[in-house]
Structure formats: C-alpha cells, structure tokens
Design a protein around this ligand. Structure first.
Ligand SMILES: Cc1cc2nc3c(=O)[nH]c(=O)nc-3n(C[C@H](O)[C@H](O)[C@H](O)COP(=O)(O)OP(=O)(O)OC[C@H]3O[C@@H](n4cnc5c(N)ncnc54)[C@H](O)[C@@H]3O)c2cc1C
Length: 455
C-alpha cells in the first residue's frame, strides 16, 4: 500500500486524509496544534458564529419594525462565548473521530521534511519520530500578516486570532484593511453596538469584487454606522491615539489589523529538498498539486501560490492531490467557478468574472441586474436592499455573477453551476424560480440577461 504523509491538519490536510480513504492509501497526518486548522479554530467557524450573533442582535433590536416590542437586547457574553467554543470543539472533535474511523494515523507534533521520502516529527515532550513515506502533502496553512509599523501586542494592536477570542468586543475599534475579514469584523462589530472605523489604502472596499455590489455593501454598512476612511493609512500610533495619513487623530480601544495572511512555509524542510518559494508561497502544478520539480511532493491550501486562500478551495486542492497520487490521472479544479462569499450583513457573494476581471481578460461581456427592492420575500424579511448582477460573454455563456443581499452566500451556488457548466443565458432563463423566494432576483436577472425581462 502506498504511504502518504500529510503535514498540517487544517482543511487541506484533514480533507486529504479523509478523501484518501476512497483509495488504497496508508495515511499519516501530522498536526502541531489542534485539528481543524485556521478554519475551525481561528477562522471561518468562530467568525461566522460572531456574525450570526451580531445579525441576531441587529434583528432583535429592529423587531419593532414588525410591531414586536422588545427592550434593547442584553447579551450574556459568557454564554455567547461558551456556545461559540462548544461549536468549535464539536467540529474539531468530529474531525478527530472521522479520521479515526477512516484509520488515519494522527501524530501530534511539528512535521519537517527530512528528505523526499521521510518526515521528521518533533513532539511536545521533546521526542522525535521519523516517518518513511512514498508521498508528502504539505498543508501547513497561513497566519495573519503583520505590518512592520503595527506590531501585534495582543492587547491594543491585535489580529483576527485574538479578536475571535474576545468574550465581549471592545467599544471602539479601528479595523485596518477592508478585505473580506476586515469587512466581516466591521459588520459584526457595528451590529453588536461597537463604534467601528475601517481604514483602507485602496479607494474601494473588497478589492477585486464587483464594484457595484461591493459599493452597495459599503453603503449599507455605512448606514448602520461603520465609518470608512478610504485611500487612507495609519501614520503613527501613540498610546491609544492613531494619527491617520489624512492628518486626523482619534483614540480607540483596539486596532484590529486584517491585511491578509502569510503562508506558513518556514522551518518545514523546503530548503532540504531544494524547493524555493515565491514570496513565501509554494509553486505547484495546479492540475495535480505537485510541487514544481518534485514527483512525490504535493502542496495544497493557503500555502500555494496563484490560488485563493479559502477553506473550500483547500478541500478541493487536497482532493485533487490525493486523486492524482492514487490514480496517476490529473483531475484539475475549475478555478474559474469558485464561489467567494463575504459573510457580512448583508452578504456579498461572487463567482467567475465581473466587469473589471472581464476587461483584464479582454472578454467582452453583456450584463444584467435585478434589485431586491421589489422581491416580496426580501421585503417580508426587511432586507430588500442590494442586487444580483449576472454576466455573459457576448453571444456566449454565463461567465460570472455577483450578489449583495440577503442569503447571497447560498444563492451564488446556482450561478456557480451556470458558470461551471457554461450555460447560455437562454438556457438558464428557461428555468422557473419558486415564488416567493429571494432567488427570484436571480431568475429575474437571468431573464434580463436573455434580453426579455419580466418585472
Ligand atoms: C478570520 C478568518 C475568517 C475566515 N473565513 C473564511 C470563510 O468564511 N470561508 C473560507 O472559505 N475561508 C475562510 N477563511 C480562510 C480559511 O480559514 C483558510 O483558507 C483555511 O483554513 C486554509 O486551510 P489550510 O489547511 O490550508 O490551512 P490552515 O487552516 O491554516 O491549517 C494548517 C494547519 O497546519 C498546522 N501546521 C502548520 N505547520 C505545521 C507543521 N510544520 N507541522 C504540523 N502541523 C503544522 C497548523 O497548526 C494548522 O492546524 C478565514 C480565515 C480567517 C483568518
């Protein structure tokens, strides 16, 4: 039986270990911390818990719109925090049980490649274990990027790891960076009653996303109290006072830096097998996930270059690598149909191309949009703001979509299939969406894209 050794037990690592059970592979996974990686412990899951809590709080405090009178909500922060930790523990425990049920050998310790057929594990008790292997999958993930001028002290200047462990959020927060993580924190903080300022060097939030839908998100967050300082940076910090590049000064309780993530590729033995990195990222053949120039070394997840740092992408890359290891046949991922979701209130979700991306690729596109304003279900939910945008290549298939609105992160998946299967607008417009649903906004935009709108 071929032996596969995986370094890292996050989404890429544990997905590879689980998926390998479909094939004849003997699998060992090495994790230095807790199974589940960033996603379960310091990312997706705790962040989405905070966002759900915040949205619930917002809805309760606005229930009077429906005639339900409630006093201002009071949050039992300890209970809220315990529930978050319970969810994380259950999911982490579940991964452990799944791995056990699939007979994966889990080793706790720091894994480092010794040579192309062995990995050395340094354990907490100081002991070492040398694992001989046929294949190695690197899945060591990433950590929050740090700005030289804003070094983390874990009290005033913090990153998302610390913020997700707040029992109660601070009253006044400066969020540095308006990418997905920065925007999610801005959204949850404002809905939990904190004062939030987001400072971002770029002119728009969520660089790379559709400008119309991301502009709509910014508008809605601004309406709920988030202050955006665009095209601005931080000049200096003294005590708790921040001096911005526009000359303004302000005092905050906390500065939360959310400027992206750096790959964890140090001290994992890359130099011992002559693998070089690009800005710290590992270059792989994206058809097979093989590390460039290496037959039996693979990498997946946040550590690889030219791919988005997302948990579902990490899963897919892990499966792609395992499949190639087991069968020798490449089964490449369709990177052009990956859904991107920002779980703000309201959500923003996108797949494939938008105007700017199409322009960059010199693809001429038609586009259509439909607002949630007149969508009955959205009105019932008091969330009839935002829109759906769809894009098709001129006289060709649907190539992208962007949604800002309620449940955008769920709705984007029907558009994912259309982009992935290269559906023509006329084919997509044939299908009937149930009434009354939020998805009717998708149906309406597809009718318009096909040149015959209804409402
Ligand atoms: C706040 C936040 C919110 C996010 N929200 C989302 C979201 O909603 N949706 C989404 O798709 N993505 C989200 N992400 C991104 C997502 O968490 C990552 O893309 C995903 O976790 C990457 O998986 P990975 O396996 O590559 O790495 P990681 O999850 O970082 O896991 C790597 C693992 O390897 C271990 N490790 C590292 N080096 C070694 C070593 N030498 N030996 C042994 N073990 C080692 C680490 O301890 C870790 O457990 C979010 C991230 C953050 C920070």
């Amino acid at each position: 039986m071929k032996k596969l050794t995986i370094i890292g037990g996050g989404p890429a690592g544990y997905a590879a270990a689980l998926y390998a059970n479909n094939f004849d592979l003997d699998v060992t996974i090495i994790e230095s911390d807790v199974l589940g990686g960033t996603c379960l412990n310091r990312g997706c899951i705790p962040a989405k818990y905070w966002l759900h809590l915040a949205e619930l709080n917002h809805e309760i405090n606005n229930a009077s719109d429906f005639g339900i009178q409630v006093k201002t909500s009071e949050i039992d922060w300890k209970k809220a925090s315990t529930k978050r930790q319970d969810i994380v523990s259950k999911l982490v425990g579940g991964i452990g049980m799944l791995l056990k049920s699939k007979k994966v050998n889990v080793v706790n310790g720091w894994g480092k490649i010794k040579n192309e057929n062995s990995v050395l594990v340094k354990k907490e008790d100081g002991s070492e274990e040398l694992i001989q292997t046929d294949y190695i999958l690197l899945a060591t993930g990433s950590k929050p990027r740090e700005l030289a001028s804003l070094k983390y002290d874990n009290e005033f200047i913090i990153n998302s790891d610390s913020a997700l462990n707040w029992e109660k959020p601070p009253s006044k927060v400066c969020v540095v960076g308006a990418g997905a993580i920065g925007c999610e924190f801005a959204s949850l903080l404002t809905d939990l009653g904190s004062t939030v300022t987001v400072v971002e060097l770029e002119k728009e939030i969520l660089p790379g996303f559709d400008k119309r839908t991301s502009g709509e998100l910014r508008k809605q967050l601004t309406k709920r109290g988030v202050i955006f300082k665009m095209g601005t940076s931080i000049d200096s910090v003294k005590d708790k006072e921040i001096i911005f590049s526009d000359g303004e000064k302000e005092t905050f309780d906390t500065v939360l830096v959310a400027i992206g993530r750096s790959p964890l590729t140090e001290n994992i033995g890359l130099e011992d097998i002559s693998v070089t990195t690009t800005n710290g990222y590992i270059d792989v053949n994206l058809e097979t996930m093989q590390v460039n120039g290496k037959e039996n070394i693979f990498a997946a997840g946040d550590i690889i270059s030219n791919a988005p740092q997302l948990a579902h992408v990490a899963f897919a890359e892990a499966m792609c690598a395992v499949s190639y290891i087991a069968t020798g046949v490449a089964s490449p991922i369709n990177y052009s149909a990956i859904p991107y979701v920002v779980y703000t209130n309201p959500e923003l979700a996108e797949v494939g191309l938008n105007s700017d991306k199409a322009k960059l690729k010199e693809i001429e596109v038609d586009q259509a949009q439909h607002s949630f304003a007149g969508i009955g279900r959205a009105m019932i939910q008091n969330s009839n703001q935002g829109l759906v945008k769809v894009y098709a290549e001129k006289n060709g298939p649907i190539v992208g979509a962007s949604i800002c609105g309620p449940s955008a992160g769920e709705m984007i998946h029907e558009l994912m299939y259309m982009v992935g299967w290269e559906a023509l607008p006329a084919e997509a417009a044939e299908f009937i969406h149930a009434h009354p649903t939020l998805s009717e906004a998708v149906g309406e935009s597809l009718l318009s894209l096909n040149g015959k709108g209804l409402h």
